[in-house]
Design a protein around this ligand. Structure first.
Ligand code: TXA
Ligand code: MG
Length: 330
């Protein structure tokens, strides 16, 4: 199958989502295995975050550049506070949005158990308490922080269903827990709370305005003028279909596939390869469809994909961020 990497090929078992499946997922994780599991944002490729060896398996399976630090997932605020130091802003954000689609980057605590490799050697750690009941059940059963990047090969769009995770990782991981498509569809919002003013490292499932409402000030997007260096994992071309992507298109050109949003453009015949993120212009629906639709369009091998413009407010900021990465030159 894949002779170009050192990843040993293994049978990937499909686990049931009942108590038995959860117990088996937890057993595999405690033994250093790799399990794709749902969160409310995207499917995660999970491993024991406290074990450098287990975490190395994630990088190998994903073929991910090893300098990318990973998010450690916990079942509760209390468990997260054992791993990192929360200032007043971090605590307020955790209380407002956990469990949920928010990741906080905080300084490591003296008792932090998240491995150096999962942190890519940084003295900060990215922590998240997901809301998905199955993710929560597995985290409770494992009793250790679980590192989980999105369950796709590096450079591919994030997996929002078990089928997407398997398309990239079947035969490279131990198991998958299939709980159907994820409800949010874009990754968590990442906020760094390292030195006073919180910074937005990645727009995501919690809209910027909701964060700003809790901290009572406006957020700087890291990477924008005057902001701190961008999060190392945020490679410009991270979310990359094989096709060229053209953004803010009024209508598709002759050779392009079409990814619409809202009402379709008037007076133009849509190409055979066309999907609409949300005909009614609902940003939550669009976010949930985003990665799956990009995969479906790309699978038909169009030369290019034209994408309608998506408003920048609410979840639109995260959607546009992912679209810009998909369109970045590579
Ligand atoms: O919704 C999500 O966040 C999903 C689900 C599975 O939880 N996970 C996810 O993980 O998107 P991943 O590995 O694809 O993205 C983690 C991001 C990367 O951009 C990484 O650079 C950043 O978090 N990150 C992790 N630790 C960091 C740190 N200490 N400082 C700055 N950025 C960090
Ligand atoms: Mg990812």
């Amino acid at each position: 199958m894949n002779h170009s990497t050192s990843t040993t090929s293994r049978a990937t078992s499909r686990l049931s989502t009942d108590a038995e499946g959860i117990a088996e997922a937890a057993r595999l994780l405690r033994e250093g295995g790799l399990v794709a599991l749902p969160t409310e944002t995207v499917y995660g490729l999970a491993a024991d975050a406290t074990s450098g060896k287990a975490v190395a398996g994630i990088y190998a399976a994903k073929e991910r550049p090893s300098f990318n630090p990973l998010i450690a997932h916990l079942p509760s605020i209390e468990a997260a506070r054992r791993e990192g130091l929360f200032d007043a802003n971090a605590l307020a954000l955790a209380k407002a949005f956990w469990p949920g689609p928010l990741t906080l980057v905080v300084p490591v605590s003296s008792g932090c158990t998240v491995s150096e490799l999962a942190r890519a050697g940084l003295d900060s750690v990215a922590l998240r308490v997901p809301a998905h009941p199955l993710a929560h059940a597995v985290l409770e059963a494992v009793g250790r922080p679980i590192a989980a990047p999105s369950a796709n090969r590096s450079g591919r769009v994030s997996a929002t269903s078990a089928a997407h995770a398997l398309a990239d990782l079947d035969g490279r991981i131990d198991a998958v827990l299939d709980a159907g498509p994820t409800s949010i569809g874009v990754e968590s919002t990442i906020i760094s709370c390292l030195d006073g003013a919180p910074k937005l490292l990645r727009p995501g499932g919690v809209p910027r305005a909701a964060i700003e409402g809790v901290i009572g000030r406006s957020l700087v997007l890291a990477g924008e003028a005057g902001a701190a260096p961008i999060s190392p994992g945020l490679l410009a071309s991270h979310y990359a279909p094989a096709a060229q992507v053209r953004l803010d298109a009024a209508a598709p050109r002759a050779d392009e596939a079409w990814l619409g949003f809202g009402p379709e453009p008037e007076g133009c015949t849509l190409p055979a390869i066309a999907l609409n993120l949300s005909p009614t212009g609902d940003l939550a629906e669009a976010a949930a469809n985003l990665f799956g639709f990009m995969r479906r369009l790309d699978a038909q091998r169009p030369a290019a994909i034209a994408v309608a413009s998506v408003p920048e407010h609410g979840l639109g900021e995260a959607i546009n961020d992912r679209l810009r990465r998909a369109a970045a030159p590579r």
